[in-house]
Design a protein. Structure first.
Length: 457
């Protein structure tokens, strides 16, 4: 679309009090800056010029590991001499004929729709500003309009007269330009202002003086232009973002018990008639099939949940793939590599890891099943442990179809249990069991009749 984007992200973020660069702080599970880059991608930017300074190596290494689809041009601003100065570092790399949008790395929720409209305005006028009318304009640049309501300047708070400070229309910071003209206007910026900085906002008055009309677009969505300077603003914006997602899910047909108590921190695919109870956290990439029901306080990380599965309260699942109609929990922990066949059941206080468990099999209570392959219709009694670790290496347990494992059994891996075998409760199984056999491996019971209890002296 003949558009380039310049993202300003050189600021220190002092008020975050963090070793992590501000723009890498996550919102909805991904860095603020990633949201901005996604918006640039959504409007088909040809190149994103990323102006970084403070801790730029950390920002760079993040995006080396998490590449984006739009080409990135890394621009170093070693000294932060103002927004105008930041744009000056990138402008020479932009073709004169292009429209260039200036975004901030710490304004994460900017919408592609606003950017498209702003771009359209700049394409006719050469310059356009995204503004907002707000109750509290403190600290922000004020929009100065003439008697015909045309924008003639932006005045920073620190340079504003008491009358100008009364203005409630503010500069969101997001602007669009014809690149060729922007370069001309940038060359006449100076630092004769209260902060001794090169203000990008001064291009507005300069453009006006050169006979340009300044385009403007007013947004009514405070969140999309909300900048993050400290962790309280980040937390507030996170809640707004989550509420917005939860409402969207509800409008798409998901039963959301309380839109204020749902956190989705990554891409989510949902089927029909899915239900999410309170305090559910969906992290990473998750898929929920039709009629899936998720109970309260459940955490899902990178899971694939088949149709009709029920996940009961307080369960924690990571990297698990469930076929249809499985029941999990309450209080279950499914770790990466857990794969369940249809109608499998994992009950309370059960932990699974790298465990493939067949259709109709049940692990109902208090067990650990790790590095295991369990076939169909197996019943694993309460307190069964796969002893998969000898202190040095991990070993595998194989359980064939129809096996019945009695309660409190230790399966010392490597070990294989044949089809339809039965294990007596309390056994320590150290050798393979052939199919259909009963294995009992425990101390024999002895009853002593006439036993007298000791008496107190
Ligand atoms: C700027 C605008 C102001 C607007 C406000 C909205 C100017 C002069 N002022 O204020 O009108 O209301 O944003 O939040 O443009 N940055 C750099 N390099 C620099 C300076 C800043 O990369 O040398 C980046 C910062 O990291 C930040 C963004 O630019 O992401 C804005 O900088 P900030 O100092 O927060 O903006 P203000 O100058 O306060
Ligand atoms: Ca700011």
């Amino acid at each position: 679309m003949n558009t380039d984007v310049i993202v300003l992200a050189a600021g220190k973020g002092t008020r975050m009090y963090s070793d992590l660069p501000k723009v890498l702080h996550p919102l909805g599970g991904k860095p603020m800056l990633s949201h901005v880059l996604d918006a640039a991608l959504a409007i088909d930017a040809d190149t994103i010029h990323l102006v970084t300074g403070y801790q730029s190596d950390q920002v760079r290494s993040y995006f080396d590991q998490h590449p984006v689809a739009t080409p990135l041009n890394w621009v170093e601003q070693t000294e932060q001499l103002g927004t105008g100065h930041a744009v000056m570092q990138a402008a020479p790399m932009v073709d004169d004929s292009k429209t260039v949008l200036v975004l901030y790395g710490d304004v994460p929720l900017i919408s592609p729709a606003s950017l498209r409209q702003l771009r359209e305005k700049a394409q006719t006028t050469g310059i356009a500003v995204l503004t907002l009318i707000t109750e509290d304009p403190t600290g922000l640049g004020r929009i100065i309009r003439d008697d015909h309501d045309r924008i003639v300047a932006i005045v920073e708070e620190k340079d504003a007269t008491p009358e100008q400070k009364q203005i409630t229309e503010i500069n969101t910071g997001i602007m669009a330009f014809n690149a060729g003209r922007l370069k001309t206007w940038l060359s006449s910026l100076n630092t004769a202002n209260a902060q001794g900085e090169y203000y990008l906002t001064d291009t507005v008055a300069i453009a006006c003086r050169s006979g340009c009309t300044v385009g403007s677009l007013q947004t009514f969505d405070e969140n999309e232009v909300q900048g993050v300077n400290n962790r309280l603003q980040l937390a507030d914006l996170e809640r707004s973002y989550q509420l917005q997602q939860a409402r969207q899910l509800a409008l798409q047909g998901v039963t959301v018990a309380d839109p204020a108590r749902l956190d989705v921190r990554g891409p989510l695919t949902v089927g029909r008639d899915v239900s999410l109870d309170v305090n559910v956290i969906l992290e990473g990439r998750n898929r929920l099939g039709d009629r899936v029901s998720i109970g309260p306080n459940v955490v899902l990380i990178d899971c694939d949940i088949g149709d009709d599965c029920v996940i009961l309260a307080n369960s924690h699942l990571q990297g698990a793939a469930l076929s249809s109609a499985c029941t999990i929990g309450p209080f279950a922990r499914l770790r990466p590599g857990t794969e369940l066949g249809s109608h499998a059941k994992i009950g309370n206080f059960v932990e699974t890891k790298k465990a493939v468990i067949g259709a109709g099999s049940k692990v109902n209570h208090l067990s650990y099943i790790g590095d295991a392959s369990v076939a169909e219709n197996v019943n694993i009694g309460a307190g069964t442990i796969t002893c998969n670790y000898d202190g040095v290496n991990k070993h595998k347990t194989t359980i064939e179809a129809g096996v019945f494992v009695g309660s409190n059994t230790a399966l010392v891996a490597p070990v294989s249990i044949g089809r339809n075998a039965t294990i007596g409760a309390g056994s320590v199984i150290t050798a393979d069991i052939p199919e259909n056999d009963l294995a009992v491996a425990r101390g024999k019971q002895r009853n002593i009749s006439g036993w007298k209890r000791p008496v107190k002296k």
